[in-house]
Ligand binder design. Structure first.
Ligand SMILES: N[C@@H](CCC(=O)N[C@@H](CS)C(=O)NCC(=O)O)C(=O)O
Length: 215
């Protein structure tokens, strides 16, 4: 299958590169430079209505008789779509797949937005210490949730590496993660999370994505 990935080098963008690289998918990378406003171009908003990366386009003729495009925006939706096609990044049982769904939704609804706001108020001009403190507290709670889970399970959804791990990893550990940028020192307090991060960082798919992928 061939995919067209519209993205940029951010945690949300890196997730999709990890998934596509992990399964050896063929994809073309189209850079959408969100630092220069390319996300607002009408052609991009036609596939991603809120003007946010990442977005993934598949020509439907590869799946059905239709020749129209299948368009996914929202990284969680893209990851669930890819998990449905490539079983190697999905859960291996009904119970595991339920947790893949749950942890992936937790990342897009909790970890990502909270870490994003933490970074946003750090970089605000002027920086907003009350908001930084508020969101830092929530980020620590997210880290604690992951630490507890990974103390009892090799991966977030269970025994298998899945899109749930792919969703969370860049928010914690990539160079463009705000937790890295503002040096949150989570390694000392979170040994299970550290074990999980270090193990995943060995993967060529992760290394490629963290270098910016095709950017
Ligand atoms: N919930 C969305 C969030 C996507 C998102 O926030 N993308 C950011 C980059 S990480 C973006 O495109 N920002 C550009 C803008 O908001 O103008 C997802 O998980 O895909």
């Amino acid at each position: 299958m061939n995919f067209e990935l519209h993205s940029f080098n951010t945690p949300n963008g890196q997730k999709i590169i990890i998934a596509l690289e992990e399964v050896g998918a063929n994809y073309r990378y189209h850079s959408v430079d969100i630092t220069s406003g390319e996300q607002h171009a009408p052609e991009f908003r036609a596939i991603s209505p809120d003007g946010k990366i990442p977005a993934l386009v598949t020509n439907a003729s590869q799946i059905t008789k239709s020749n129209s495009n299948i368009v996914h925006f929202e990284s969680g939706a893209i990851l669930m779509y890819l998990a449905g096609i490539f079983s190697e990044i999905d859960g291996k049982s009904v119970a595991e797949r339920a947790l893949v769904m749950s942890w992936t939704f937790w990342q897009v609804g909790q970890l990502g937005p909270m870490a994003g706001q933490f970074g946003r108020f750090h970089t605000a001009d002027p920086a907003n210490p009350a908001a930084v403190e508020h969101f830092e507290k929530i980020v620590w709670r997210c880290l604690d949730v992951m630490e507890t889970r990974l103390s009892n399970s090799p991966y977030l959804a269970g025994d298998s590496f899945t899109v749930a791990d792919i969703a969370c990893l860049p928010w914690i550990a990539s160079d463009v993660s705000y937790l890295q940028k503002y040096d949150l020192q989570w390694r000392e307090k979170c040994p299970a999370l550290t074990r999980w991060v270090d193990q995943l960082m060995e993967k060529p798919s992760v290394q490629k994505a963290f270098k910016g992928g095709a950017n």
